[in-house]
Design a protein around this ligand. Sequence first.
Ligand code: SF4
Length: 346
Amino acid sequence: MKTPLCDFDHEKLAELMLSMGEPKYRADQIMRHVVAFDRYDAYTDIPTRLIAALKEKYADVPLTEKTRVEASDGAVRYLFETLGGDLVESVFLPHNYGNSVCVSCQVGCAMGCVFCASGYYGFKRNLSAGEILAQVLYIARDKKSCGGVKKVVMMGSGEPLANYDETVKFIRLVTSPSGINIGMRSVSVSTSGITDKIEKLANDGFCGTLSLSLHAATDEKRKKIMRVAERYSVKETINAMKKFFDKTRRRVVIEYILIGGFNDTPADVIQVKSLLKGLCCHVNLIPLNPTDNCDLKPCSRKHAYEFCKMLNDAGVSATVRRSMGSDVAGACGQLKNRTVLESKTK
Ligand code: SF4
């Protein structure tokens, strides 16, 4: 398979140009096309002999849009097809303080969280840093007239810390001043809690926002919905988040999906408060988005606000996440799963 040009940073592109006998400034020209998500036919400032040589080994873009669903609030869920035919979802979320894009980092997911549609067909492969970056570049180009993209959230399909090297490379590419140049503080990484990699991420210089998908405050309860809880206890996971804060001084985010009758009672408030004691964090409450293959009960928005008030009264900083794009094929992974299902039944 051809390597996509967006897998290169400026330095590596410059090395490539020199190795091809080209002047170094070609790297600047090509980088501009890469950031603009141009196809080769738009490389009008590049000699045709160089384009022909590049075409032999390198792909201009690593994914194409297969379909999209647009919500009434402006959110758009995109389904992309990679060069190898894999399907990848991304979401554009418009905000008046800066539009964001939620990207996928794997094809499928091995973590098997029961409330999530992304892992329904299991794990297929890691996406390369360039394939993750391409989701941002494509959407930035598509939404240029609406202000482009200012923030990136790694909260789509896949566990970023299970694709650690490509995640770190992606963060470097997306924040590079010679690339699309998103500020590091505008990059969020969401993990189900791969504890040793949380500490490594801080040590490797990430100082954006780290979100932990907690969803239950005891090991017993968490094991019922998240396979990762079999490997790491909630205490060691929260300790890793504390170390991340100590290293970066960045307040962390605790994601908590509210599942009706499972983790939304006054007893859960006490457990959450006790577990998070001493951690500089904000709790993001998300009423469960029902998926096609999951029989967990949703929690009403009204009850979500009641639960939030109980947490606030207990001294825990928490808010209910604004529902955006809930009419763009529901939760992460569902548009892909429905598309796969439709193609099988045709
Ligand atoms: S919630 Fe995240 S880690 Fe869990 S299965 Fe879904 S994509 Fe994977």
